[in-house]
Write a protein that binds this ligand. Structure first.
Ligand code: ZN
Length: 482
């Protein structure tokens, strides 16, 4: 009871504080208890929170390699869940605290501190599987959004409060600072029953996806030990996922029922860990630290350390040094899209653009599903002013990934490079529309209409899309009033 009141006080404050929500969108609180939040509504809330994170959160890590890896791993786990069609999106937050958090709609944030501290891929998979279970079991919908009948804007604000409670997000944190949401944070932890359910289902996911089922228990045990030792980076996850002796015993009992199997970590897991290490601190510090690991032979994958060194040397602008580290990776017979991505970028940075583009093309043939290579290649084409080619790439790939924000941006940048303003705004409209920013999308389409350089067919597509989005906006406003 007091929980709801204090929570709503915080939400009222948030609704004002969070920029895109204006005062006329203050919550409207019905006294009728509503039914459970629909998946579609939950997804819309998630979309808007993701938009906030992508555009305003300084710790959002815009790294396509790491994101591609997380989505590949997460996708494999989600496929083994009891709702494989739910649709998940995994993203990285640059934060040394060990943490992962599920947002409404299947958006799952993973702190770099969690990836860096996971000793095996199964440990990382264990935490992700647990978060996936929170989503497929509708825990967020059931815990946070069920109590009152409120409008969309306040649900987004609630989602942001949730984000603030579950991570050190600055976007949400700043908005929450002046409110009582801090006091609420502790109460946003999932209930014991939900934790138990997520543990059980997370375990099944881990087993079905072919990982070592000891991952979750092993990770928690280590986390607990770390908390006792340092009391710092490890606490974030434990605060929102309180670990009782009972939970740990349950985990261990489940583990005993499955025969032991050795699971080999993927190459990408070690490469991503090395990249995260190479991104931290100054390039000089990162190089020193990685070289020490190499010298003392303290590594699970020697090639990954060379990859980390290549990345750190690229950060330092040492192109020949980066290339010789990439050579070392290749000599150790390790091949991965991330390695080709870096090799191409370094070659381009050295001024050998045609050769860099060739590396990209060959890598894309070899790893056709890797999005980081696609974005990298498109960016390189745009950087080389090959706008016709980058536009073609974006359009062909949008056939495969129509909802991909980065590809729509690539398309907009290509049109900008070609001086085609009408179509540039047309493409930007999709970037906004995909992130639940209908008014901004409408504005872009109106700019596209006025640009005056669209041909007859383009103009009718702009008009048609504008009609659709205006209709969507009316629906959204209607939803707000309900
Ligand atoms: Zn949990």
């Amino acid at each position: 009871m007091h929980f709801t009141q204090r929570f709503l006080a915080a939400i009222l404050a948030l609704t004002v504080a969070v920029q895109p929500l204006s005062a006329d969108e203050l919550p409207e609180l019905g006294d009728v208890a509503s039914n459970e939040l629909s998946v579609a509504t939950e997804k819309k809330i998630g979309e808007q929170i993701m938009h906030e994170i992508r555009w305003r959160e300084p710790s959002y890590l815009d790294d396509a390699d790491i994101e591609a890896y997380l989505n590949q791993l997460g996708g494999r786990l989600a496929a083994a869940s009891n709702d494989p069609g739910f649709g998940f999106y995994f993203f990285a937050i640059s934060d040394p605290n060990i943490n992962a958090f599920a947002m409404p709609g299947g958006y799952i944030g993973v702190h770099t501190g969690l990836i860096a501290s996971a000793q095996t891929e199964s440990e990382l998979a264990g935490v992700l599987g647990h978060e996936i279970a929170h989503v497929t079991q509708r825990h967020i919908a059931r815990q946070v959004f069920q109590s009152s009948r409120i409008n969309m804007a306040s649900m987004v604000a609630m989602g942001l409060a949730l984000l603030a409670a579950r991570s050190s997000s600055q976007v949400a944190g700043a908005a929450v600072m002046s409110t009582q949401a801090g006091a609420i944070s502790a109460q946003l932890a999932f209930s014991r029953d939900f934790e138990r359910e997520a543990d059980r289902q997370g375990f099944d996911i881990l087993r079905k996806a072919g990982f070592d089922v000891r991952g979750m228990g092993g990770f928690f045990t280590r986390l607990q030990r770390a908390v006792r030792l340092y009391e710092n980076n490890a606490t974030a996850y434990l605060r929102t996922h309180p670990l009782s002796g009972e939970r740990l015993t349950d985990m261990q009992n489940r583990e005993l029922q499955v025969p032991y199997r050795q699971v080999v970590d993927s190459v990408d897991f070690h490469l991503v860990k090395a990249k995260i290490r190479a991104m931290q601190g100054t390039p000089g510090d990162a190089i020193k630290e990685l070289e020490a690991l190499l010298r003392d032979r303290k590594f699970a994958s020697e090639a990954a350390i060379h990859f980390g060194l290549a990345f750190a040397r690229q950060r330092a602008g040492d192109w020949p040094g980066a290339e010789s580290e990439i050579e070392a990776v290749r000599r150790l017979k390790v091949a991965a899209p991330m390695v080709e991505h870096l090799a191409a970028d370094v070659r381009i940075a050295r001024g050998e653009v045609a050769d860099g583009l060739r590396i990209y093309r060959e890598a894309m043939l070899r790893y056709p599903l890797n999005l980081a290579l696609l974005y990298g290649y498109g960016g390189a084409l745009i950087g080389n002013r090959q706008f016709v080619e980058s536009l073609k790439l974006a359009e062909v790939q949008l056939g495969n990934y129509p909802g991909d924000v980065r590809l729509h941006k690539m398309r907009a940048e290509s049109y900008a490079g070609l001086g085609r303003r009408g179509m540039q705004h047309r493409a930007l409209a999709e970037v906004f529309a995909l992130q639940g920013q209908t008014p901004a999308a409408i504005e872009q389409l109106e700019l596209a209409q006025r640009a005056g350089d669209a041909n007859f067919y383009e103009m009718s597509s702009i008009d048609a899309r504008l009609r659709e989005l205006k209709k969507r906006r009316i629906e959204e406003l209607k939803e707000r009033r309900n």
